[in-house]
Ligand binder design. Sequence first.
Ligand code: KG4
Ligand code: ZN
Length: 336
Amino acid sequence: MILAIETSCDDTSAALVSANGELYSSVVSSQHDVHKKYEGVVPELASRRHCEVITVIIREALEQAELDWTDVDAVAATQGPGLIGSLLVGLAAGKALSLRFDLPLIPVHHIEAHAYSAELEYELKYPYVTLVASGGHTIIFLVRSSRDYEVLGQTRDDAAGEAYDKVAKLLALGYPGGPAIEKSARDGDPQAISFPRPTLTGSKRWNWRIEDFDFSFSGLKTAVYYHLNENPDATRADVAASFQRSVNDCLVHKTVEAARKYDVPRITLGGGVAANSALQESFRQRAENFDLEIFVPSLQFCTDNAAMIGYRAGQLNKTADLDLNADPNLPLNPLS
Ligand code: KG4
Ligand code: ZN
């Protein structure tokens, strides 16, 4: 049984997952109330809140699983990437528990955990293509096995979630931006404004040409900015829906093309942006044309959670010494 801890950004989470990936409990404490008035995550406030709640969250995860310390065989914690102050709280808690209960410590890469997170709920065969779209990363992976994956493409500038958050700010929709834009977009027309589809060439929908599997979203955010400057009376819902359609077109088109190029019959999604229901719907519609299966984690496992950290820890055959440090820029290490 693995006790997993995740504190890479603004959610404090603990979970109990068996070594073969069965989930016993998952507790997530959101910090939205702390950061809301600043319209974004304030790192110092995030780490302070992690400090305040971490022990309570860990205890709650044990209680929900109806387990105690004698049942726990290992402690897993996110080592990076993320906000250094936030990461340090979870990793220090993991180290303290490892020392106190004489348990091995398993460090986990946050983005790897998102990449494998669909396996928590689905019996997936390898290989699959996975899109991880979060606040800090937008990456297409080819996953060949639990130990072997390859990065096919990633964002050259802003991550998809970052673009959502910045555009939500421009539209004064509040924080966190992704869910706010999704909500506003429900009343808007996605074809009202023709925003660019960065890195896709051609103008006919789904007939685009692509050079590679990389993304770019910072120009799109700027296009929204100029549109709002030139059209101060623009309907917010139309802007939100058109922006969302543009991001989703890029994500869906490239990920599906990656699956086709590598002849992989299944796609999984991960990361906070994968919670977007218009994105999921676009993926399903597009996949039908190519006989691709789409697997989407439930909402609580798209956004940050310790369950995916525990699951990934169970797949890894590695433990760390207690002098291990958190790394805000921890690189991906395929075949590790
Ligand atoms: O994976 P995640 O919870 O944390 C990181 O590792 O970054 O992703 C957070 C990001 C934020 O940028 C948030 O705005 C975005 O995911 N997000 C969404 C939705 N829910 C969260 N973006 C679009 N639509 C959503 N429904
Ligand atoms: Zn994340």
